[in-house]
Design a protein around this ligand. Structure first.
Ligand code: ADP
Length: 403
């Protein structure tokens, strides 16, 4: 078996999937979390329904990674005899900035560079570096490791799309620009769709809507990201579970003054208290907001209106940016499952030639399907995302290139 372990490390968690790349199936998956504040492991084997959870003690990422090795190689949930059976490890990294425009092999220098970008992604990059070091310490020597960046797909954006209207020196000195995120997801769904449509990605203009807890929309022209809604951080763009999306910058300084917030407090307010949660007052979860809207809750109805309107605006903007659009993709928890959001976004889009089959749309949950009618000029698809699988594929591709 050609096994690849995919690791997605946060400041207090280490999510993992072990994939058998012979058939791209998931052998095991789970999470070692509460790192630094206790410790907890969950370990699942999808093929058998095995599901294990336990409290642990994880002072650092190293103990968490040691536990990951333990659950994979011992006890009732064991799926391999030893870590030497694993061909490679692929790590998801949030911020690669302009330093990394593609996946690459892990070296000490690469880990230092990822850590060096921590100022641009304080919540993510330093924990990634800690996890990479922990992994390197615990894995059998010589196990190849690869890093795959959320931002890399968007490095093809032209300056007119990635620069803000701030003094150019702030870009030069402090690297303030749009980076974009969810790149692995947008790349996965847009290339999957090109395959399914039997087209060369070079011949397609796609608007990819990744709508989840965090949401971003990307214009993919000829297989390349040419613009995206998330910006310097994942806060920009459309409203999300708890994030505000784009706001007039002066409203931010005004609100800071009114509440007496410092920059950290304002950041918490925009990242954790806004979006669906702040607007609806109901929940950060789309299902709860939809349920409240069904009951007539006015703020919940308004929240969904805002979400759908903002998505429409991006589709229009990106159709203009690309001088056309061949297909719109819905993905992420909301995009793959929310019949209401998909229907509302595609309503009154006849100007673009978008028409969906509403009855068919109602039947599609989390599976690949075309939901536009035969008359629709633009094809509309639901394409389930699978970032772990693309990370595993990239991992093998990078290793093959470096052989
Ligand atoms: P994350 O960005 O954390 O990966 P997901 O992509 O899993 O999040 O998306 C989570 C969002 O998807 C939540 O707002 C949730 O309500 C929504 N969602 C999940 N399933 C459904 C469903 N069946 N109908 C509507 N929304 C759904």
């Amino acid at each position: 078996m050609n096994l690849v372990l995919v690791v997605n490390a946060g400041s207090s968690s280490l999510k993992y999937q072990l994939l058998n790349m012979d058939d791209e199936s998931v052998l095991a998956k789970g999470n070692c979390d509460r790192i630094g504040i206790g410790g907890h492991v969950s370990h699942k084997i999808p093929s058998t329904g095995y599901d294990f959870e336990a409290d642990c003690n994880f002072p650092t990422h190293t103990e968490a990674f040691e536990k990951l090795v333990e659950v994979l190689t011992t006890g009732d949930g064991k799926v391999i005899d030893s870590m030497s059976e694993i061909s490679a490890v692929g790590h998801r990294i949030v911020q690669g900035a302009e330093v990394f425009d593609r996946a690459c092999m892990v070296t000490e220098e690469v880990i230092d560079k990822i850590d060096g970008l921590s100022e641009l992604a304080p919540v993510h990059n330093h924990p990634h570096a800690l996890a990479l070091r922990a992994c390197t310490k615990v894995l059998p020597e010589g196990t190849p490791q690869v890093v795959v960046f959320d931002t890399a797909f968007h490095q093809t954006m032209p300056p007119k799309a990635y620069l803000f209207g701030l003094p150019y020196e702030d870009y030069e000195n402090y690297h303030v620009r749009r980076y974009g995120f969810h790149g692995t997801s947008h790349r996965f769904v847009s290339s999957t769709l090109a395959n399914v449509m039997g087209k060369d990605p070079k011949d397609l203009k796609i608007v990819s809507c990744h709508l989840g807890n965090g949401s971003s929309i990307t214009a993919v022209d000829g297989g390349k990201s040419v613009d995206t809604s998330m910006g310097f951080t994942p806060l920009d763009g459309i409203i999300m579970g708890t994030r505000c999306g784009a706001v007039d910058p002066s409203a931010i300084t005004f609100v800071m003054a009114k509440h007496g917030f410092d920059s950290h407090e304002m950041s918490e307010y925009m990242n954790k208290k806004s979006g669906f949660a702040g607007l609806s007052g109901v929940s950060s979860d789309n299902r709860d907001v939809c349920a409240a809207a069904d009951q007539g809750n006015k703020r919940a109805i308004l929240t969904l209106d805002i979400l759908q309107y903002q998505i429409k605006r991006y589709i229009g903007a990106y159709a203009a940016a690309m001088n056309g659009v061949d297909a719109v993709i819905f993905t992420g928890g909301i995009g793959e499952n929310s019949v209401e959001v998909r229907e509302a976004v595609c309503e009154n889009m006849s100007y673009f030639g978008i028409e969906i089959d509403k009855e068919l749309n109602k039947t599609i949950h989390g599976k690949l399907a075309k939901i536009s009618t035969e008359n629709s000029k633009v094809e509309v698809w639901v394409v389930p995302t699978n970032e772990e699988l693309l990370i595993a594929r990239d991992t093998l591709a990078v290793i093959a290139e470096n052989k």
